[in-house]
Design a protein around this ligand. Structure first.
Ligand code: ARG
Length: 571
């Protein structure tokens, strides 16, 4: 089915084209009318005519089918008011449509690289952002109909593993496993590092261990695997707490690409791209320079012959194009890695591993700050443990529930508290424009009022409670919507604009667009519910309003689900 927006655009486009082929009309939901038509000014400018004049001509050319009134406003806007029949017919078809008007499109393979924590290191808020944003993008792309392949590029290789393995040996396997399984990764890592810095004998052992690891010595690999498995079990625990769909099968850590790294170098070399810089093998992709204007190297192999991140990222990229058949690769990685990733993409293009038809995009995000707008750290100055963060959110949610004296108790109450905590954490992350920093403030995030996850989940549950008051399960039986009052009309228009909101969130990889939409919809619903009695209304109005309630609940539930947020039936 065509969305209201596109149906309207189809009425308007020919009039624009008649004046100038390819001219771009822009429709925006508007306060004063239903939509405002922009783009007239730009059109007038290219025609060298006055906007007013052009607007007048458009007015006489636009197909009025579905449009009640068109009015020129200001210097060159056109206010569009739709006919009730037009809105009504779209509402009716949305009511029958499980996709609520959002089109599904031909298959395209999208690889999404997200989460990517490091073995034997605590997951921090940066990983939280990558995980939550990546999960939302995954759900949105899947809903769009794409074939989505998730890749968790876990940091599970490199020189620190020498000291980590030696520390594991010193502790004894059982003791090491015990300390790692309670998720005390930071302590483990820190103790290893302290010893490495203080103790020369330990340092030597660690260095030798790296050599054995790289040589694939079996006992060393076995010990390494203990570290990996313990960490993966811990990551799984975090994902489960967050209700994030990332499985062990989707982990393709850095180690996975190990045996491809030599060929990365030799293939780059045959392509004539490798330069020896003081013993390090580098690529200098054009266009990247330092402050003094000197070309910047992407170091593929270090002077000690070890490989850096660039080599692994290149191997993974090649794999994603060749083996996975990616049409689009999204890297959900913090903003500080922008330069690294663009150099990797540029190198892959030069090497011919990344054909023009494949898009590679760094989906960057900003920092998480504390209430004094400093980087979010624990009192000890370390990154905050994700698990304890989620746990304190759950605690707060439980407290908030107890204050609301809800009828839900026992296990249901605990589940609900967890759902609210997740909604709070995820929504506050996703509702900020992703490139921007945001302040991690549990109290504000968990509030049931304002632009929060719990507020939206509650808005949904509140609508569901209307239906619980009916004697029998409700089945839609409406034939039309009269939409006589302003709040009803405004809610209807809100419901019909899900497809545009979804589309822009998907294209711009901007979950916050969906958040803004849902919050606006919830507010339209509140205005409607305050002004229009539902259950007490006479038929057929009662039925119509119940249908509006149903559509709102479905839209909120779908929108939240696309963000990875649950919408409980009752709160
Ligand atoms: N493990 C890295 C970190 O914790 C992030 C890796 C991002 N993904 C990638 N393909 N480079 O910072």
């Amino acid at each position: 089915m065509t969305s209201t927006y596109h149906a309207l655009l189809a009425r308007v486009q020919p009039a624009f084209d008649a004046l100038l082929a390819g001219a771009d009309p822009v429709l925006r939901p508007s306060e004063r009318s239903d939509y405002q038509l922009n783009g007239v000014m730009a059109l007038a400018k290219s025609l060298g005519r006055s906007p007013r004049d052009v607007a007048d001509q458009l007015l006489s050319d636009i197909q009025l089918d579905g449009i009640a009134t068109l009015e020129v406003a200001g210097p060159g806007f056109i206010n569009v008011t739709l006919t009730t029949e037009f809105i009504q017919s779209h509402l009716l078809s949305t009511l029958d449509d499980p996709r609520l008007g959002v089109e599904s499109r031909p298959t395209q393979t999208v690889v999404i690289d997200y989460s990517a924590p490091n073995v034997a290191k605590e997951m921090h808020v940066g990983h939280l952002r990558s995980t939550v944003i990546g999960d939302a993008l995954r759900r949105m792309n899947e809903f769009a109909g794409f074939r989505v392949i998730a890749r968790n590029h876990v940091g599970d290789w490199g020189t620190p593993f020498g000291m980590l393995i030696e520390h594991l040996i010193d502790l004894g396997e059982a003791q090491a496993v015990a300390s790692l399984s309670i998720g005390d990764l930071n302590t483990f890592y820190r103790s290893a590092r302290t010893k490495f810095e203080a103790d020369d004998e330990f340092k030597d052992r660690s260095r030798q261990r790296v050599v054995s690891l790289q040589a694939g010595e079996l006992e060393t690999l076995r010990l390494w695997e203990i570290l990996v498995n313990q960490s993966v079990a811990y990551f799984d625990e975090v994902y489960a707490k967050l209700n994030v769909e990332l499985t062990a099968e989707e982990i393709f850590g850095e180690s996975f690409y190990n045996d491809q790294l030599d060929s990365v170098v030799s293939d780059l070399d045959s392509a004539g791209l490798i330069e020896d810089s003081d013993g390090a093998l580098c690529v200098f992709p054009p266009g990247f320079t330092n402050r003094d204007g000197e070309p910047l190297p992407l170091i593929i192999r270090k002077r000690d012959e070890g490989y850096g991140y660039a080599a692994t990222d290149l191997a993974a990229l090649r794999d994603r194009v060749d083996l996975l058949g990616a049409d689009e690769i999204l890297y959900v990685v913090g903003a500080p890695q922008a330069q690294h990733l663009s150099m990797v993409f540029a190198t892959a293009r030069l090497a011919g591993w990344l054909p023009e038809r494949v898009t590679c995009e760094h989906v960057a995000f900003g920092n998480v700050l504390d209430r004094s707008r400093k980087m979010f750290k624990s009192r000890e100055g370390e990154s905050v443990k994700l698990v304890s963060l989620i746990d304190s959110a759950v605690e707060r949610a439980e407290h908030a529930l107890s204050e609301r004296d809800s009828s839900i108790s026992g296990d249901d109450r605990r589940t609900l508290a967890l759902q609210i905590a997740r909604a709070a954490i995820k929504y506050s992350d996703l509702s900020t424009e992703r490139q921007r920093d945001y302040v991690f403030d549990l109290e504000r995030m968990i509030a049931f009022e304002g632009d929060t996850g719990p507020y939206l989940a509650y808005a949904h549950a509140r609508i569901r409670s209307i239906f619980r008051r009916l004697d029998a399960p409700w089945e839609p039986s409406v034939n039309g919507f009269s939409l006589l009052t302003e709040p009803e009309r405004s809610l209807a228009l809100g419901l019909l604009s899900l497809p545009e909101a979804f589309e822009s969130a998907l294209q711009l990889r901007a979950p916050h667009k969906l958040c803004t939409y849902l919050f606006d919809l919830a507010q339209r619903f509140t205005a409607f519910y305050e002004a229009c009695p539902v259950l007490k209304a006479p038929e057929p109005l009662r039925e119509e309003r119940l249908a509006l309630c149903e559509l709102t609940a479905k839209t909120l539930a779908l929108g939240l689900d696309l963000l990875g947020i649950e919408a409980p039936q009752q709160m």
